[in-house]
Each structure stands twice: as structure tokens, then as C-alpha cells.
Design a protein around this ligand. Structure first.
Ligand SMILES: Cc1cc2nc3c(=O)[nH]c(=O)nc-3n(C[C@H](O)[C@H](O)[C@H](O)COP(=O)(O)OP(=O)(O)OC[C@H]3O[C@@H](n4cnc5c(N)ncnc54)[C@H](O)[C@@H]3O)c2cc1C
Length: 435
């Protein structure tokens, strides 16, 4: 049996411009591409109609078609990495494993376990930066510490940027090194206990007109003024380098959003306590939340009597997407108006968002609750009515998701805005006393 390399796909579901895959192919040894539907992750998903699993399945099917045209095939396993790698070692003579960095807590532990196991079998485990432009400690302040405020971080990010960081990896030059084999079958969703929902996923297309007009249109949820590429960035079906080049040529404002994404990965990597359920600013963990379960349920279901909040939550429940402006409004409403722990909202978003990403989601929630790095000041309480007047003044977005708005069926507001505002400030003041 001749020796092979393995390329392990995770959050990088594409053949083009993929750093780890490029290095694997360039080595010049046959590369067997694999993907693991990881039971450690899938078993925790309560809803078996999960759009993310469906998205991954579709992305793998696309990769499979391209690989078969090259005489190769993607080997897709259903199990845990701890089970799958020993199996692969029995079947193939593996010299090296290649994969891309993943910065989340579980992923780090998983990769360390796999690294330990395979290196004990004299197999190399090679990992690469792929999903961000700058990672880990690449962007540090003058004193060598990680940034916790976005503006100086982004300034340094832009200063450090050059052609090298934006260049695509020309994987296609080396496609001839894919392991040649009869096609393998991808396990069906049903065989893994999941259902096909038939979701219409956002197109994998960067529309220049949207990026060009992004600064003027991005805040209005009734129009498609943002790229809707978050799911593709989440699963790596598009390359961040390609998008950053597009941003640089068309829109500084959109580029800044991509930098926010890098920024939150930087926070996740450098401040691991946020992965342990703690506030970025630990003093915010002294807040005494009301945590009323009935109110939480009303928020989840989009029945708070605040139309913009309800529209957002219903959009999320129905599609797995919510516009960024509305994410900020519903998050502020949950934490400030209802005084419900931001971690409850974070967990609900984690279940529902198609683009769920720990770093961005945690960053967004801690920003809204005031406990995060570079967060909104705690005394800023979004007024849902003013937000509606500014960003959905013709109620187009609201009426789409709350058609019963002007009928008796629509609930009365769960809480009065002024009362809520007066209630939240002393609670925060008490927690932050003496700081
Ligand atoms: C409470 C809250 C939770 C959030 N949870 C997530 C999440 O789980 N996953 C996620 O990708 N984004 C999250 N965001 C950020 C943002 O809302 C989404 O990235 C954006 O709405 C996706 O739409 P788009 O692709 O049209 O983005 P665009 O506006 O076109 O932006 C382009 C890309 O930049 C990135 N981006 C934009 N804004 C942010 C941001 N504030 N932080 C980090 N990256 C950003 C995304 O990858 C996005 O696709 C959250 C924001 C808030 C306020």
C-alpha cells in the first residue's frame, strides 16, 4: 500500500483557495480528503431539523461532485474523531494529516487529542491559518498585548495588511495529487437522524452592487442591503481572502465588518474565559438578572408586543437569519428591557442561527449587554420605537413578519419602555458599584 496524506475538512468546505488543502496537495503525495460528521457535536443538537447540518451536507455533496470529476472522492464518516482516526490508520498507510486552524474551545481540545494520538503513531499533524486574515497573536498593540478595542485593532490590521495576506492559495495547480479512488458514498441526513428541510440557502455569490452600496443600505432590514454571506464565511464555502480583496476594492465599511469578524476571533483566542460562560468584563457577572421564564418564552416566540423585536425573532425562527440591526435591537431588549441574562439569548441564537459562530455571537451578545470588549455603554438602552422610526419607518419589515400587527391578536407590550429603562439602570449600577 502506498503512503498517503489526509486532508481533514472542517470549517473550510471548498477546494479553491484553501490553505491546508494547498499544503497537503503541494507535498506531492496522494491526498485523501475526509470530513467527519462529529457525533460529539451532532448529538448535542436538540432539533433534528437543523439547517446547519443540511448546509454542510449540501456543501459536501458539491465538493464530492468536483472530486469525482478529478477521479477522487471525499470520504465522509459519521462518528467521533477519536473513533475515526484509528479506523483510518488501520485502512491506509498515512504519512501526514493536514487541516486548518479552528479556534473554538471544543475544536482546540479535539485537535490536541487527535494530534497526540497521530503523532504517537509517527504521523505528522500539520495545521494552517485559513479562516481569518490575521489570527492568534498576529495583531498586537505596541506593548505586545492583544487589543480589546476595535478601532485601534482595525488600524493595526490595515497597517499590517499586504499582498501576502490576501493572496489566494492556488490549490488547483496540484489537483492531480488527489487520491484516485472509486466514489465513496456520503451518509444521508436520515441515516444520522436528521431531516431534510429544503432550506433556500443564501447564494454563494458576492454581489458587487450590494458591497458598493453597503454603507448607505446596511441598516435597513426590509431591503437586502447586506451580503448575506455569513453562512458561507461560517463554513468556509467562500474564502475570506477573496472577500477581503473585494472589500478593499469596493467598500471600506464592508471591509470593517470583515475586520470585526477577525477581531472577535482574536478575542476568543486571547481571552479564553469568554468560552467558559464568563463575561469579558468579569464585574458584569455581578448583575442580578430577573430571568423570568415566561418573558423569555415570549421573546423567543416573537410575542413581546414590540413589533421590531417580534419581527426579528420570527425571522430568526422561520429562516435561521436575522438582520444585524435587528440582532442588536432584540439582544438589547432581552438584556436591558427584560433583564434576562445575555447567556440565555446567546444560547438561543446558537440553536437557531444558520451563521452561528461562537466568537461573533458571544461578541455580539456581550456588546449588547455591555459586558464585552468595546461594548455599548451599559446605560444605552435601545428604544425599539425610535429604532423602528429610523430603520423601518414604513413598517415593511415588521409587516412581513408580524402580519397581525394591527389586530386584537397582537399582544400588548410585555413591559413599558420607560419603566424598563428605569428598572435596568440601578441594577447595573449596583453590580458595577465602586468601579
Ligand atoms: C447579538 C448578535 C449575535 C450575532 N451572532 C453572529 C453569529 O453567530 N455569526 C455571525 O457570523 N455573525 C453574528 N453577528 C454579527 C452580524 O449580525 C452578522 O454577521 C450579519 O448580520 C450577517 O449578515 P451578512 O452576511 O449579510 O453580513 P454583512 O453585513 O454583509 O457583513 C459581511 C460579513 O462580515 C462579518 N460580520 C459582519 N458583522 C459582524 C460582527 N458584528 N461581528 C462579527 N462578524 C461580522 C460576517 O461574517 C458577515 O457575513 C451577531 C451580531 C449580534 C448583534
Amino acid at each position: 500500500m502506498s503512503k498517503i496524506s489526509i486532508f481533514w475538512f472542517r470549517r473550510d468546505l471548498r477546494l479553491h483557495d484553501n490553505a491546508g488543502l494547498y499544503h497537503a496537495l503541494k507535498k506531492g503525495m496522494p491526498v485523501l480528503p475526509i470530513f467527519i460528521f462529529d457525533k460529539n457535536i451532532l448529538d448535542k443538537l436538540e432539533d433534528k431539523r437543523d439547517r446547519r447540518v443540511e448546509f454542510i451536507h449540501q456543501a459536501l455533496t458539491e465538493i464530492q461532485v468536483s472530486l469525482q470529476e478529478l477521479g477522487s472522492s471525499l470520504l465522509v464518516k459519521y462518528g467521533t474523531p477519536e473513533e475515526v482516526f484509528p479506523e483510518l490508520l488501520n485502512q491506509y498507510e498515512i504519512e501526514s494529516i493536514f487541516t486548518n486552524h479552528d479556534y473554538e474551545l471544543y475544536a482546540n481540545e479535539r485537535d490536541e487529542n487527535v494530534r497526540e494520538f497521530v503523532t504517537s503513531e509517527n504521523i505528522e499533524f500539520n495545521t494552517y491559518k485559513d479562516q481569518v486574515i490575521f489570527e492568534k497573536k498576529e495583531i498586537l498593540s505596541g506593548t505586545g498585548t492583544p487589543y480589546t478595542v476595535f478601532t485601534p485593532y482595525s488600524r493595526k490590521w490595515k497597517e499590517k495588511l499586504n499582498e501576502f495576506y490576501l493572496k489566494s492559495y492556488p490549490t488547483e495547480k496540484y489537483f492531480k495529487y488527489f487520491f484516485q479512488t472509486q466514489p465513496f458514498e456520503i451518509p444521508t441526513l436520515a441515516s444520522m437522524g436528521f431531516e431534510t428541510i429544503g432550506t433556500n440557502f443564501p447564494l454563494k455569490v458576492v454581489r458587487d452592487s450590494i458591497v458598493k452600496n453597503y454603507a448607505e443600505k446596511r441598516d435597513f432590514p426590509a431591503i437586502v442591503g447586506t451580503s448575506r454571506l455569513s453562512v458561507h464565511l461560517r463554513f468556509g464555502t467562500l474564502s475570506i481572502r477573496e472577500l477581503a480583496r473585494k472589500a478593499i476594492s469596493l467598500s471600506e465599511t464592508w471591509l470593517n465588518e470583515l475586520i470585526w469578524r477577525d477581531f472577535y476571533f482574536n478575542i476568543l483566542y486571547n481571552f479564553p474565559h469568554i468560552s467558559q460562560g464568563q463575561a469579558f468584563r468579569k464585574e458584569y457577572d455581578k448583575i442580578v438578572w430577573r430571568n423570568n421564564e415566561t418573558e423569555f418564552k415570549a421573546w423567543c416566540e416573537g410575542k413581546t408586543g414590540y413589533p421590531i423585536v417580534d419581527a426579528g425573532m420570527r425571522e430568526l425562527n422561520a429562516t435561521g437569519f436575522m438582520h444585524n440591526r435587528v440582532r442588536m435591537i432584540v439582544a438589547s431588549f432581552l438584556t436591558k428591557h427584560l433583564l434576562i441574562d445575555w447567556r440565555w439569548g446567546e444560547a438561543y441564537f446558537a440553536k437557531k442561527l444558520l451563521d452561528f459562530d461562537f466568537a461573533a455571537n458571544n461578541g455580539g451578545w456581550q456588546w449588547a449587554s455591555g459586558s464585552g470588549c468595546d461594548a455599548a455603554p451599559y446605560f444605552r438602552v435601545f428604544n425599539p420605537t425610535l429604532q423602528t422610526q429610523k430603520f423601518d419607518k414604513n413598517l415593511e419589515y415588521i409587516k412581513k413578519w408580524v402580519p397581525e400587527l394591527n389586530s386584537f391578536e397582537y399582544p400588548q407590550p410585555i413591559v413599558n419602555h420607560d419603566v424598563a429603562r428605569k428598572r435596568v439602570l440601578p441594577v447595573y449600577q449596583e453590580a458595577l458599584k465602586g468601579l
